[in-house]
Design a protein. Structure first.
Length: 155
């Protein structure tokens, strides 16, 4: 009974977290997403910096959570992570003070590694709040799930 109650509380928190999250996505109509099979993380473009007010252990944990969540979603959709030449690269940014984005926005970008062009961008607003460590993974997970439901885009 106790386990069921804890599970229901977790589901309720995740549902409430997802309700306040606004997600937007844009896709380059010239990109053929149906042909994409492999991906790699672009570590040079992904960012969680010390200036965000999170200690290094929280940043490391959040970085792992974001990457693992995306990897699980992509694997379920049939994409394979590779160390070779990928069909697309993935990066993310967390924005706290950036024009055009509300505080705590998570942005996920899909790039063409040959041209460097962004083929798809998703953003989840109001998901990252370094002052609320307890809700950090729940909100981030809810934002990623909502965002990744739109990838790949319908063509």
């Amino acid at each position: 009974m106790w386990i069921l109650k804890q599970l229901m509380v977790g589901i309720a928190i995740a549902t409430l977290a997802a309700c306040g999250i606004r997600v937007t996505t844009t896709a380059d109509p010239t990109v053929s997403f149906a042909k994409l099979q492999t991906y790699a993380w672009d570590d040079t473009a992904s960012s969680l910096t010390a200036s965000m007010g999170m200690d290094s252990a929280v940043r490391t944990s959040l970085d792992e959570f974001i990457r693992n969540s995306v990897n699980e979603d992509f694997t379920a959709k049939g994409y394979r992570e590779t160390t070779g030449a990928p069909d697309f690269t993935v990066s993310y940014r967390v924005l706290f003070e950036s024009p055009g984005y509300p505080y705590g926005t998570l942005v996920l970008d899909i790039h063409d590694p040959r041209s460097g062009r962004i083929g798809w961008t998703g953003s989840a607003q109001n998901v990252i709040d370094p002052s609320d460590a307890e809700a950090l993974e729940a909100n981030t997970g809810a934002g990623l799930a909502k965002m990744l439901r739109r990838f790949p885009p319908e063509q």
